[in-house]
Design a protein around this ligand. Structure first.
Ligand SMILES: Nc1ncnc2c1ncn2[C@@H]1O[C@H](COP(=O)(O)OP(=O)(O)O)[C@@H](O)[C@H]1O
Ligand SMILES: [Mg+2]
Length: 376
């Protein structure tokens, strides 16, 4: 791998009081019951994508708002930001640290992100007024501006490449920062796939737009099925609508829809792998939108393609069949010392989140006991 996270330390972030994950591997499976903090661990990793960039923090804070199918309303950027801190709110403090390894050159470095400060009240000034005007442009009546509001006042401290940076942050409900600004490249090349990502239907469109990019995606798709020869968008003559096709060496040119739902997830993963080559891919609830009958073939593909394209994987699941299929991508009888999997089991107690670190081999050998643990 070009660069990967070897150790992760998370302190007071969302529901996690303290979490230490070591011996991180090529493939890291984060398992545990609902609400035990799996997504929070991925979010913590994502904050390290660009530890000095406050808009990256806001973007991570708002990730959960992507799923608009369940809730109609959207909370403000400020409210999302406040929810990153462990509740009930005391002193605002989040500390994240990762030990990174690069193989070429063979080196180690630290990435850190600390957000600390206090809750205060600030008086609003004319620039805040401007922002409020902008927000309410489409409304008939503008609400009266409160003279003062609750605010976060603190410091964002980051460490990257051995350099520490401090940035003073004042952030409140009327601040002119939203986190929507999308920076394509962070300090670390990372991509997060949320459980609702498969709903997006424009994947092939995106892939075929650029010939070089399409070539890379085809190479990845061929890990899944070597007979996939091309992706095309052709116009249906009768309806005049564009239709997505796969040209297959044995099956001919057939619409993607004839391939079943598995292929949609494979296409989405191929697109994600192409974007993260040499970096880190985070997949939340990997089993969503994959029928259990495809688990084995899709996970074999995912693991093989990520190894080939030098990608470190963090995968969450609470589905025991998906977990078993992921473990079975390793052949522990054949592989003497080699193990590409680390399993992180999370368990939420009343006070804090506990984590257990095990190698894939250990879990595989104690599978029965482990089954019991995953399910409780
Ligand atoms: N800011 C916070 N302070 C305290 N607990 C939180 C905070 N944000 C989320 N939680 C708790 O974390 C849990 C959800 O974590 P999440 O990472 O979504 O779990 P999972 O992905 O395993 O379902 C819930 O129990 C929720 O109450
Ligand atoms: Mg989750």
């Amino acid at each position: 791998m070009a660069i990967y996270i070897q150790k992760l330390y998370v302190q007071s972030f969302r529901g996690i009081r303290e979490l230490r994950a070591e011996h991180l591997n090529h493939i890291n499976l984060i398992v545990g019951d609902n609400n035990c903090g799996k997504t929070s661990v991925l979010e913590a990793v994502l904050l390290l994508r660009d530890p000095s960039d406050f808009s990256n923090i806001l973007r991570v804070a708002r990730l959960r708002d992507q799923d608009r199918s369940l809730f109609a309303g959207q909370v403000s950027a400020y409210e999302s930001f406040c929810n990153l801190f462990s509740q009930p709110p005391k002193e605002p403090l989040i500390h994240l640290s990762a030990l990174l390894r690069t193989h070429w050159p063979n080196s180690e470095e630290k990435a850190e992100c600390t957000i600390s400060g206090e809750w205060t009240r600030v008086l609003l000034d004319s620039s805040d007024m401007l922002q409020l005007n902008r927000n309410f442009l489409s409304h008939k009546s503008m609400p009266e501006l409160p003279p003062e509001v609750e605010s976060f006042d603190g410091v964002l401290t980051s460490v990257m490449d051995g350099i520490q940076k401090n940035e003073h942050i004042v952030f409140h409900e009327y601040s002119d920062i939203t986190g929507r600004r999308v920076k394509r490249y962070g300090y670390l090349n990372m991509l997060y796939l949320s459980p609702v990502e498969h709903m997006k239907s424009t994947i092939i469109n995106r892939i075929v737009r650029d010939a070089d990019y399409k070539d890379i995606c085809l190479r990845i798709l061929q890990v899944f099925d070597p007979d996939i020869a091309d992706l095309l968008i052709l116009k249906n003559e009768r309806t005049n609508r564009p239709v997505e096709y796969i040209r297959h060496n044995r099956l001919g040119t057939m619409p993607v829809s004839t391939y079943g739902d598995g292929i949609r997830r494979v296409l989405m993963l191929a697109n994600a792998i192409a974007q993260t080559a040499g970096g880190i891919l985070l997949i939340d609830e990997v089993e969503t939108a994959i029928h259990a009958q495809y688990f084995y073939s899709i996970f074999q593909f995912l693991v093989k393609a990520c190894k080939q394209f030098d990608i470190q994987l963090f995968i969450t699941t609470h589905n025991i069949e998906a977990f078993d299929s992921l473990l079975s991508t390793q052949d522990y009888d054949q592989q003497q010392d080699q193990d590409d999997i680390t399993v992180l089991t999370l368990k939420k107690t009343q006070k804090q989140t506990l984590i257990r670190n095990m190698s894939g081999r250990e879990v595989s050998q104690n599978r029965e006991a482990f089954d019991f643990e995953v399910r409780i």
